[in-house]
Design a protein around this ligand. Structure first.
Ligand code: GDP
Ligand code: IMO
Ligand code: MG
Length: 424
């Protein structure tokens, strides 16, 4: 049985798409379990760059079954645009399947995402404005519309009318904005239903059978551990469970089906959106990291906040996800920094030191990083094709991270391409 989970260990954008694409060359099935098109996963293949949002990153390998599980939220318009965009570049989505239990993002979810962010003013979360939170709200409130409803016209029309009227009241009365045109939306979504009906299949059954048959199955995490609704930096999180535990409920498989869990991290830390970030660099070093790493969001284009590697975060991720190994990406980006800093613990204002990640943003915002310094390294790491070609100081850095996080580093990224991944 080979069902491997790949999760983000920081605040997302760790390079999960690249790792999934590399592992997918040896996989039969790739599954997304949570999130929606708030994700942006970059895959570089033969010089072509693909930015995937909801379609699993295994899609570039013909014959790979790519499943979107019950824990996801689907904007049909965005998904169809993604499928068409891939087709225009010669990538077939024939192997794509969508679980009927996944929830549908409606236009009012997008609108409510924007309106509630605006209403929060300076206390906003900095969402991707893809309607993710409002859609998961309806799911938890048990008034959501699912893919199973979308594909049955009459049922969909009835549910969309009820939900739409409810939201129209909210949008008009609470926010003073224009109500949605519900009949027009129902008509528009009928077209989407006709496009997507052929993709709908029970992902739980497909995943279970594939694993039982001994096929190689990969679970592709979106977002990252610190964006998890429960164990992340709430309320500055997404509305799903990007941790390994979310894979089970989000794909409809049991924990005994999982054989190993790979956590993906950057050799430093980035974050888009709001919320405390202890190792954030607001000086020219942060700017240098952003430029060297081209740290701009894949989905929204926003500049990513940058800072030093934080071992407190990684230890949190090792524990929460039960990681069996870690992949460290973007080691090449750190080349040319004279000294590198690694955060090993946090200091509270009273001088006490904590080693575990705090539970509230209020406490986290009081934490200052305790750093140790590592000697920097130089040279173009992107040409390295094996660990032994790395400069000694770069290897020392990886080995030190390994010690501090308590988990072995089995992959090191030195560039965005498939062949720029060094396996140990
Ligand atoms: P994801 O959301 O976790 O899949 O990550 P994103 O695709 O949003 O962001 C990661 C970015 O880093 C992408 O532009 C990747 O092409 C790029 N990338 C991934 N691994 C490496 C690496 O080892 N070195 C460099 N320089 N870029 C990388
Ligand atoms: P990938 O899969 C980085 C962040 C948003 C915001 C918060 C809530 O590419 O790593 P949402 O729209 O989900 O309600 O926004 O979560 N966020 C991400 N940050 N990478 C992502 O995905 C993200 N998906 C959501 O910036 O702070
Ligand atoms: Mg991303």
């Amino acid at each position: 049985m080979a069902a491997r989970v790949v999760v983000g260990t920081q605040w997302g954008d760790e390079g999960k798409g690249k790792i999934i694409d590399i592992l997918a060359s040896r996989a039969d099935v790739v599954i997304r379990s949570q999130g929606g098109n708030n994700a942006g996963h970059t895959v570089e293949s033969d010089g072509n760059v693909y930015k995937l949002h909801l379609v699993p990153s295994g899609i570039l390998y013909p014959g790979t079954l790519c499943l979107i599980g019950c824990g996801t939220v689907i904007d049909p318009k965005a998904l169809i645009a993604e499928i068409d965009g891939l087709a225009a570049r010669g990538v077939s989505c024939d192997g794509l399947r969508i679980d009927p239990r996944a929830h549908v993002i409606m236009p009012w979810h997008l609108e409510l995402d924007a309106l509630s962010e605006k209403a929060r003013g300076s206390e906003d979360i900095g969402t991707t404005r893809r309607g993710i939170g409002p859609c998961y709200m309806d799911k938890a409130e048990r008034s959501g519309i699912r893919i199973a409803d979308l594909i049955v016209h009459e049922r969909f029309a009835k549910k969309a009318m009820t939900a739409g009227e409810n939201k129209a009241g909210l949008i008009k009365k609470l926010y003073g904005a224009d109500a949605p045109d519900i009949p027009a939306i129902i008509e528009e979504y009928k077209g989407y239903a006709d496009r997507l009906r052929g993709f709908v299949a029970d992902v739980s059954v497909l995943a279970f059978e594939s694993i039982k048959q001994g096929k190689s199955v990969l679970f592709e995490g979106a977002q990252g551990t610190l964006l998890d609704l429960d164990t992340g930096t709430y309320p500055f999180v997404t509305s799903s469970h990007p941790v390994s535990g979310g894979v089970c409920t989000g794909s409809g498989i049991g924990p005994t089906m999982i054989s190993d869990i790979l956590g993906v991290a950057k050799a430093y830390t980035t974050r888009v959106g709001k919320g405390p970030f202890p190792t954030e660099l607001l000086d020219e070093t942060g700017e240098k990291l952003r430029l060297a790493g081209n740290e701009f969001g894949t989905t929204t284009g926003r500049p990513r906040r940058c800072g030093w590697f934080d071992a407190v975060i990684l230890r949190h991720a090792v524990r929460i996800n039960g990681l069996t190994a870690v992949a460290i990406n973007k080691l090449d980006t750190l080349s040319g920094f004279k000294t590198l800093k690694i955060c090993t613990a946090y200091r509270l204002p009273d001088g006490s030191i904590i080693k575990d990640f705090p539970c509230s943003p209020e406490e986290l915002s009081l934490c200052s990083p305790v750093y140790e310094e590592a000697e920097g390294f130089e040279g173009d790491l992107s040409v390295c094709r094996s660990m032994k070609e790395l400069p000694k100081k770069a290897l020392d850095y990886i080995e030190r991270l390994e010690e501090l996080i308590g988990c072995s580093v089995t992959m090191v990224g030195v560039g965005p391409a498939r062949n720029q991944n060094l396996e140990r």
